[in-house]
Design a protein around this ligand. Sequence first.
Ligand code: ADP
Ligand code: MG
Length: 931
Amino acid sequence: MSSSWQVFSSDAALAHVASRPQGLTSAEAEARLQQYGPNELLETGSRPWWVILVDQFSNVMLLMLLAVAVISSFFDIRNALIEGSPPIPKDGIAIFLVVGLNALLGYLQEVRAEAALAALKSMASSRVRVLRDGGPVELDSRLLVPGDILLIEAGIRIPADGLLLEAVNLEVRESMLTGEFHPVKKQAGITLPEETPLGDRLNCIFSGTEVIQGRGVAVVMTTGMNTELGKIASALQEIEPDPTPLQKRMSQLGTTLVQGSLTLVALVITVGMIAQPTLENFEHLVKVSLSMAVAVVPEGLPAVITITLALGTQRMVKRNALIRRLPAVETLGSVTVICSDKTGTLTQNKMMVQRVITANHRLVITGEGYAPVGEFQERGQAIDPWESTELPWLLQGCLLCNDAHLHQENGTWTIIGDPTEGALLTLAGKGGVTRNDHTLPRIAEFPFSSERKRMSVICAEDSTHHHGQLFIKGSPELILERCTRIQMGSEVVGISGEQVNQILADNNELAGQGFRVLGFAYRGIDGIPTEAEVAEQDLIWLGLVAMSDAPRPEAVQAVRRCHMAGIRVVMITGDHQLTAQSVAQELGIATGLSPVLTGRDLEKLSQEELVEQVARVNVFARVSPEHKLRIVQALQSRGEVVAMTGDGVNDAPALKQADIGVAMGITGTDVSKEASDMILLDDNFATIVSAVEEGRVVYVNIRRFIRYILGSNLGEVLTVAVSPLLGVGGVPLTPLQILWMNLVTDGVPALALAVEPGRPTVMQAPPKNPNESIFARGLGNYIFRQGIVLAIVTVTLMVWASGYTNTVTSEILDPRRWKTMVFTTLCLAQMGHAIAIRSNTRLAIEMNQFENPFMLGSVLLTTLLQLLLIYLPPLRNFFGTFYISGVELAVCLGFSILILVWVDLEKLFIRRFLGRRAGREPAIPRTELFG
Ligand code: ADP
Ligand code: MG
């Protein structure tokens, strides 16, 4: 479908969508809603359900299990047919069930996560005014359909694409589509050629753009995903996000294990067949290898990891960090640099003007909060600002060049809008300048942006709007550059070089004290220029206004915690370099000698030079959003894992580029939130650090249960593998029993390990190397040791129990008896292992087991389940176990306790030879010698 609506005349456009100037009827609208669907952008979660479900099977581990199920079903059916019993492939069915359940769980997880994302996005829907049944009505923007007549007014976000029928002084900011921040002046009643680029289609309006001023009427041409915004949105959604470190490692692990187990299978069959090349032996070997294949693969692991990450997001949201993508939880744990905005994140964003400097006055302003009561003091004496002419002009500027509102409620003064502007309204109020009937009407404006670092308004002085006053405020250097004159008392004179130098010196002095400083100027103007550059020149300097914005006390602490945790904190701000440096010093981010890089410096650097610079610069001042993108990229090419905050529309690219894009929940724009991985519900820097801490706890716990689960897997494999060599007669464990262990008796305690509370020391070690393997720092070693010890214990038991005969009749007992003992020992051994592995240094008897009640519960529960498997006849039947006596059970218990003892002996060894003391959890790198 063509979307070049600019070629249409009003009548043609109306005809194209079968509409009329009075709008649609409710019935027509209803029918069209059915036809075109609701006016909304489809969520990322628009993958159909079956695609999500099929995706669950794109996992090598599951595929191998399915293969095992097929092969073992084949043997079961064949044997049943030979024996004449009903051909029910019990193991095969059980494995299929388990695989299906696994996939279902994964599917439910993903669907839920996507629904949560969709809910977040739908909060953005708004109300619009349209003509229906001949009159204006207000409705949910999702009910908008092609053909609707849309009423446009200043301040709204355009809800659909359309052609203008009427436009009065209508200006729309289309930066989200065109990147052009400057508003476009719209026109109705014209037609434009087919090839007109998007940004020049003056007679069209586009979904997602903002109406800066004026009003208009448009006919809606397309809605939802058919709009220009929808086309971008779908392009954005098509980009496959990079897998996170953990996902990469897990798929790497899965492949390794499957390869390993296939190699083992091949080895066992080859060696076994060379030794004894019979068909019967072949079947036996295949059975052994099937059990081994199942034993190698940690079936429970993916589910435990997903649940751990999900629980991590819950803990984080309790600490005000809303995670938007599940894998971000893990990435947070490896963050090495946090780049934070200054204003509002590191500081309180409670602005208060404290100094004013004009040509003839240097004032201190008193007062508290946003209440417009306070004095203008000069050399300690209160003065009346109206005694000079400079000050009333300046206060006028504060009031007029301002979009905030000040209001009083129950005695406290609060602001709506930007705190910087709120503080200026308070200042004006202290001088008696407030909005009233005589306030000059605004006829034009060039709004503030982080790139421009200034804003100006034009206010009408007469009713014809031909003559007006322009007021401008912003970064003092930028304003001063554009001044040719200065207000001195009631006179306006040319500004001298000396005066300029004095003003710059004053500006530096105030900034050096940590003040956020704004410059003010004005001029009379005829007509309304369309270009900011044309309007903002030949200005009359009014003065400097300096406001304080104290650091958040919790941010000071949080910065200290970051440094202890080996995480760099980088401040990025649009403010003056000296302001930035002073605040950074207060926060402990920089010292007086630390280098500060400004946006201007940065522009002169090549990307390679910047990569050099970011290694040592912790404060970036006077930057624009596009600089933020370069900073992230530079840090990343040094191998850093970067968290970066942002709130504006133009911060979105930097947020997307960062490993963790952090948006502001209170002051952030919708666009920045959508680009982010995490939203700070309280806009607070300290919240990022809390989230990082939770991320690290999650990572430590994931490693803990990985070594727990894999150690057990290796023990199982070795036990099965050596059984044919020892001639005990038969495979000790069936695939079904192994699945039971991997999913239940290992899986449930692993879940309890996942909620193991974090140790305070988790933030006292440097971040892990983002490229390290999950087996780094001794984890692989531990798994091998543990697997071998477990195998030695169970194999010893197996050899003993399989030769164990009835003392009365001297006959060899049913082989299922010793197999059940092996099965039980393996399970119980893992219970002891789980209890011991909770800490790397404290012995099981030194730990308070009630610290993690889930562990206690899960050990009791799985032990009980294991007993039911032996002593409850139907379960005994299904799992192929055998009744064992109390004495035999006690023997199993005795053997299995050896594992707990072994793990604790290792701890004692480490303490003794590496000088660790009891109860002290050492820093991560050394401890992780053990995992
Ligand atoms: P940050 O958010 O890092 O403090 P901003 O981009 O908000 O930086 O501000 C950068 C500079 O722009 C400020 O130092 C100030 O000089 C100027 N400025 C900030 N807010 C406004 C505003 N509302 N109007 C005009 N200028 C402003
Ligand atoms: Mg700001």
